[in-house]
Design a protein. Structure first.
Length: 385
């Protein structure tokens, strides 16, 4: 989060207003969203204004990874206090989470679906809740959490602070904002340019040669910690399978992987046991790994904001980083939107031995395929005669 955003959030939080924030930049440290909330709770506890250990801050996030990341940072912030923090997310057993709710945790970071499950079991009390934070609201709606968010919001006290953060403002997000806030202060931050330390290159390749292009890029030993983005879970699995077949240490993270598999893959990547981590956009939310040398967009993202989020995984803390994108001719309209978002014309390069205009039929058996098609056409024509 940028300095301006943090300053604005603190200002409006202490003003007891409800910040409604569209933001167009990668969130580098989600826990900073609720610095003011922690300060407020500590001040109340010091004055004896609240019963100890009641659920007073609820932070809703779209993914398990982001829930764990925010929790880790929040626990570091409250380490020397009596405040309790716990994550609530799916893909794991409910027993430990039920115990956290029963012992009256002060700050809960949750995915809406799993929190709703606990509500149905009667383990959640919102009577002391003071602050609601919806982080990456557009992402939560993208993955279908709107009904759960509405159900949760209906159970919350009317007198509360609400902070909603969103990179984009489609109609569903605006509608949700009107439902969960009252006369909010709207804070808009202009799109931030990507860091100058990130080298950005577009490699123009035909769709059927993307795997070959990726292998060719990975032949560079300097690419020692690489995050590869694929458009779908199926494509992510396909990419990692091909990488392993080429004896490249790789792992994958997406929605169909269990929580244990996700954690193991992320840990292997963080420790260097996996040189390449293949991910989808949704699963990558919350991935916080230092030292990512390269980001490779195997598929061009569907939104320009996603491109900024993706490449922001490298080049952190003024370190050098590189972002390579495999672009097909059909991707050009989206590329133009990306270039407007990052306020620069991105350089295009070719890889040796790969013709950007090559057809999938330009293979050794192309003549045989053409002969088959022509023979089939003639057969159909003869039958119709």
């Amino acid at each position: 989060m940028t300095r301006a955003c943090k300053k604005a959030s603190r200002y409006w939080a202490f003003k007891n207003r409800r910040p409604f924030k569209p933001r167009r930049f990668p969130s580098r440290s989600p826990a900073k969203i609720f610095y003011p909330a922690i300060q407020k709770l500590l001040a109340q506890d010091a004055l004896g204004q609240n019963a100890p250990h009641a659920l007073r801050v609820l932070i809703l996030v779209p993914t398990r990874e982001l829930a764990l990341q925010v929790t880790e940072q929040a626990q570091a912030l409250v380490k020397h206090t009596d405040l309790r923090v716990a994550p609530i997310y799916g893909g794991v057993g409910m027993t430990n989470q039920e115990q956290a709710l029963k012992r009256r945790t002060d700050i809960i970071i949750a995915t809406p679906g799993r929190l709703q499950d606990h509500m149905q079991r009667g383990y959640v009390s919102f009577k002391d809740l003071q602050i609601l934070v919806l982080d990456e609201a557009d992402r939560m709606l993208d993955v279908g959490f709107l009904p759960a968010i509405r159900r949760i919001a209906r159970e919350l006290p009317r007198e509360r602070q609400t902070m909603l953060f969103s990179a984009t403002l489609p109609a569903p997000v605006l509608s949700l904002a009107s439902e969960v806030t009252y006369k909010p202060a709207r804070i808009a931050v202009e799109t931030t340019a990507t860091p100058q330390t990130i080298e950005q290159i577009l490699y123009v390749v035909p769709e059927h040669q993307k795997t070959q292009a990726l292998h060719q890029l990975l032949a560079d030993d300097a690419m020692d910690s690489v995050l590869v983005f694929a458009r779908t879970k199926h494509r992510a699995d396909k990419v990692v399978k091909q990488l392993k077949k080429a004896n490249i240490r790789a792992d994958v993270i997406h929605g169909n992987r269990s929580q244990g598999q996700r954690v193991a893959a992320l840990e292997a990547f963080r420790k260097g046991k996996a040189r390449v981590l293949v991910a989808t956009d949704i699963a990558a939310r919350g991935i916080d790994v230092e030292g990512v040398s390269h980001v490779v967009n195997y598929d061009v993202p569907m939104q320009a904001e996603d491109y900024v989020h993706r490449i922001g995984r490298t080049g952190r803390a003024q370190a050098a980083g590189s972002a390579y994108t495999l672009v097909t001719p059909l991707d050009e309209p989206m590329v133009k939107k990306i270039e407007r978002a990052v306020s620069q014309k991105l350089p295009r390069k070719r890889l040796e031995g790969i013709d950007p205009n090559a057809s999938a039929f330009n293979q050794p058996d192309a003549d045989a395929i053409r002969r088959y098609i022509e023979a089939n056409r003639q057969r159909k024509a003869a039958l119709a005669a």
